[in-house]
Design a protein around this ligand. Structure first.
Ligand SMILES: [Zn+2]
Length: 212
């Protein structure tokens, strides 16, 4: 499941209609899919069984996470399971988070020890304040979905100069938004962008040495 999400205007492809995927879907839901070519098969699935198709795709992703969690905890019970993922709100782009990427954010909240939404404000053409707003929204969702066992929130914010410069001041503001409560940690993207601009290294040093 894929989409080009680091942009305000994402390409949202419908995937995957290969024989392996459509056979698995057909068996699991006991649905006959008429047609031979991929356009015939995909057209039938999307027009007659869209809900089942979206649910099945999402269930594959969630099952993958629960399998990984089980493997991780059986070998290293002290390790945390972190999920890095596209930070669209569930209702944006006609529900593309679930519809295209197969991400059931409620499942992510239930399964993860740490959630790391990729809050790349500049690439997505959002104000820096969107970072803090998204974190607050995610925390309130976690309060509803998994109140006794909330995941930690360690967002990733953008230092990278794409599509044009993120100034050291803007990077500083993005870090401050990203580390604000209820977030419990922060990462930034990318190392390269800090090496390219030593002023950003200074910003990061100052923030890490002054944070509790
Ligand atoms: Zn496939």
């Amino acid at each position: 499941m894929h989409a080009q999400f680091e942009t305000p205007d994402p390409i949202l492809p419908e995937t995957c209609f290969c024989t392996r995927c459509t056979d698995m879907f057909s068996k699991e839901y006991d649905i006959d899919i008429p047609g031979k070519t991929i356009p015939e098969i995909s057209g039938h699935i999307l027009s007659s069984h869209e809900k089942e198709w979206r649910d099945w795709r999402s269930s594959i992703l969630t099952a993958w996470i629960t399998d990984l969690k089980q493997i991780l905890k059986s070998h290293q019970p002290e390790s945390l399971l972190g999920l890095f993922y596209c930070a669209w709100y569930p209702d944006e782009y006609d529900s593309a988070l679930y519809r295209i990427l197969g991400i059931d954010i409620n499942d992510f909240v239930r399964e993860a020890d740490v959630l790391s939404p990729m809050l790349f404000h500049h690439m997505k053409d959002r104000p820096v304040s969107w970072i803090g707003e998204h974190i607050s929204w995610l925390d309130s969702l976690a309060n509803k979905v998994s109140p006794g066992d909330k995941p930690a929130i360690w967002p990733i914010v953008q230092a990278h100069n794409t599509p044009e410069e993120v100034s050291p001041e803007e990077f500083r503001e993005a870090m401050l938004q990203g580390i604000s409560s209820p977030a419990g940690g922060i990462m930034m993207f990318s190392d390269r962008s800090l090496l390219d601009d030593p002023r950003k290294i200074e910003v990061m040093k100052e923030l890490y040495s002054n944070s509790p």
